[in-house]
Design a protein around this ligand. Sequence first.
Ligand code: EPU
Length: 336
Amino acid sequence: MADLHEFYPLRRHNTFGFDVRARFAAHVRSEDDLVAALADPRVAGLPVLVLGGGSNVVLTADLQALVLLMEIPGFSARASETAWLVTAGAGENWHALVCRTVTEGMPGLENLALIPGTAGAAPIQNIGAYGVELRERFASLRAYDRASGTFVELDAAQCAFGYRDSLFKQAGKDRYIITAVTLRLPRPWQAVLGYAELARELHDEPAPGAAAILDAVVAIRSRKLPDPTRIGNAGSFFKNPVVSAAQGAALLAVHPGMAHYTQADGRIKLAAGWLIDQCGFKGVRDGAVGVYEKQALVLVHHGGGNGAQLLALSTRIADAVQARFGVRIEPEPVVL
Ligand code: EPU
């Protein structure tokens, strides 16, 4: 029988810090631990939830589920002609991995510094920041396929990455449990400085190296985003909505100052943070939950509240944005 904990408190396992319990939880430090937990007769028929850093989930109630706390370690690197291939266990802390690769001379992840969570969680929402998305640095991953009961290797095409989206949020939801991720860091390295805010931060460095870019990203993020160890949050709470070229043009005619990014296909991505800010929510507090005062895109938990209160606030915000701009904004985290 697996080493299962009953009625396990999850407050330390979600970055919002919501105080809910799991009917069963298992610390998964190896693939054998994973197989053993899933096969335990006590959890037969229960839903399974995988938690990495718990940085992209809203826990609204106790979970009648088996919660797998993914802590599989591991780091290895090999060089090919054109890239470094770095394999990390699913439980490795993402930011520590970014720092380690840069320090050890394998740059390429620096724009993704300080994103909370684990290596195994990174592909699920195809994390992205400052001009780089995980899919551009991704080779393959290893996962347990609950449908076949075997371990499989999936490449980038099979992972079907999109903006904050992948197979693991769509057709493969609840099917795969990621145990290791292999990143592909192209050689020679090239700085990605296209993101205006990052370029501004580095204006007095003519040819910044990866370490300088990493420091700049850390500086920007620390200024704008609350540290989850101090104030409960899950980064951007809403995805940036993408509207048709026609709807974008109509909105811009009325709101010329609206933040927007034209996509390759002509559609227009709007800044959810700007839309929410315009509706007056920045810094608003509703009991134990609220909107971060420096960034309207981030919802925060000040302590003593619950996920249902946070969700109620998020619905109020989305309704206000819809009423004012005719655009529906959708939460980025998984709501449970
Ligand atoms: N804005 C406001 N008021 C606000 C917040 C933003 O007017 O309160 C305006 C800004 O001035 C800017 C625009 O809205 O013109 C965009 O804001 P910001 O740069 O703060 O956010 P973003 O670019 O939409 C995205 C990602 C972040 C990522 C950054 C950098 C999403 C939902 N968010 O934010 O990702 O770090 O770009 O690449 O795609 C995350 O997913 O958790 C996350 C932090």
